[in-house]
Ligand binder design. Structure first.
Ligand code: AMP
Ligand code: GLY
Length: 434
């Protein structure tokens, strides 16, 4: 099977390792790819924001399947353009990708379909937003979200009205261009955040989905959840204290209304939805939709999934997925991100990396090969990922492997999964304060 994989980061390397490790032969082409992806197949230089360019390559090379990693090409309409050629795409149409591409659209969808989420106001006018902040009565922090894609930087939790005003004015002045000239204000939700991935195959005649194990990401740069936000410094799953009835509750309250809502609204879905969930005192509430796999959650999920990935993604892409429980190893998986010096403000590049022989999976995210030597080439540089019968053993496996990989200035959190482990060991459930 010839597969074109769009993207170049850790998520894509994890997908590529899984795709190429299966028994059936996969002929992988990545765009733009990376030196690490180049070890698993060919790489081609394509502008992922240009649907016509991706479609032109596909028309000439006729891949059997296109798998889209990041959200930007989906929002730009790459899925629509390639599907128009009759080539199956694992990745949503632009209309459905608005669930991530427009926070206002996503909130309206949630409201329309009765999906529990934070109270919100969408504002497109400076004076109206300033008045909203002045009279704010939903508690602090005030959550401000740029409507459009802002590379993960468009959500600000403002501790007081003055900070909210500053942020709002910067947004309206075009801090993220058009993306921040519409602003969603939200009431703060308090609780435990988790990442829920659902494969979805929905059209007018058919609606099928399958939930993947819930994961937990660690957003802050430093141990103990301190310091600035990052794209994610490590993740694990499933969450040890999440009971089957808790997962059922998320299915009933969040997933089923989402799938029914897509169908009612006439939206086609052929990919994954990653629900950002806050488990509050009153149960699970939806923070956001992403229309792609999470990074680093994918590095966890690929350790757990016991399916032929190419075949599974093809079923969804061709609209012939039938709801079933996916085969998942009875394990806990974990990934730890190895980040560059200066991340997340910047990323020190071209630092030589020492790679020994880790006994776990080594995933490349921001690396490059220079004269035969791996060097840093991004903020999140590599991941180590492992699975084991439980979280304690999985943690031990990656922590031990940390000795095998390193460079000067490398940043790593050694506490991935530790808070959840303590919560579980204390006999607490998801209902207890986090
Ligand atoms: P989003 O991109 O909408 O998920 O927001 C990014 C991050 O901001 C989330 O992962 C949460 O940690 C946080 N966040 C978003 N919305 C809220 C909210 N209403 N209350 C508290 N935290 C939030
Ligand atoms: N790990 C969070 C994300 O991929 O958005």
């Amino acid at each position: 099977m010839k597969i074109l994989l769009l993207g170049s980061g850790g998520r894509e390397h994890a997908l590529a390792l899984k795709l190429t490790s299966a028994a059936g032969a996969v002929d992988l082409v990545s765009a733009p790819g990376s030196d690490a992806l180049g070890e698993l197949g060919a790489c081609v230089s394509l502008d992922l924001e240009a649907p016509a360019a991706v479609a032109a390559w596909c028309a000439a090379h006729r891949p059997d399947l296109v798998v889209v990693g990041p959200e930007v090409p989906l929002v730009a309409g790459v899925g629509d353009a390639v599907r128009a050629l009759g080539i199956p795409v694992f990745g949503h149409d632009a209309a459905t990708a608005r669930l991530e591409g427009s926070k206002a659209f996503a909130k309206a969808f949630m409201a329309r379909h009765g999906i529990p989420c934070a109270a919100s106001h969408t504002v497109t006018d400076l004076a109206a937003g300033e008045a909203l902040i002045e009279g704010w009565a939903h508690g602090f922090p005030i959550v401000l979200k740029a409507d459009g894609l802002a590379a993960g930087k468009g959500v600000v939790l403002a501790p007081d009205k003055a900070e909210a005003l500053r942020t709002f004015r910067a947004f309206m002045a075009g801090q993220f261009g058009e993306a921040s000239r519409t602003v969603v204000f939200e009431a703060p939700l308090v609780g435990m955040e988790l990442s829920l991935h659902v494969l979805v195959d929905v059209d007018a005649r058919h609606a099928a989905y399958a939930m993947l194990p819930a994961c937990q990401d660690h957003k802050r740069i430093f141990e103990g959840d301190r310091g600035p936000n990052t794209g994610g410094m490590g993740a694990f799953g499933p969450i040890p204290f999440l009971r089957p009835e808790d997962v059922e509750r998320m299915r009933r309250d969040l997933v089923e209304p989402t799938v029914r809502g897509l169908q009612k609204d006439g939206l086609t879905a052929r990919g994954v939805l990653f629900l950002g969930v806050m488990w509050t005192a009153s149960g699970p509430e939806l923070l956001e939709y992403n229309v792609r796999f999470g990074d680093p959650e994918t590095q966890v999920l690929m350790q757990l999934l016991d399916e032929d990935l190419a075949g599974l993604l093809m079923e969804v892409a061709e609209g012939r997925f039938r709801a079933r429980d996916l085969k998942v190893k009875p394990h806990t998986a974990i990934t730890v991100v190895l980040a560059a010096e200066d991340y997340p403000e910047g990323a020190k590049k071209e630092v030589p990396i020492t790679v020994g022989a880790p006994a776990v999976t080594l995933i490349h995210a921001g690396t490059r090969k220079q004269n035969g030597q791996w060097v840093t080439n991004g903020g999140r540089v590599m991941n180590l990922a492992a699975s084991a019968p439980d979280l304690t053993a999985a943690r031990a496996a990656v922590l031990e492997a940390l000795g095998e990989v390193g460079w000067s200035g490398m940043q790593v959190r050694r506490d991935i999964g530790l808070k959840a482990l303590a919560h579980a060991q204390a006999g607490k459930t998801v209902q207890d304060p986090w």
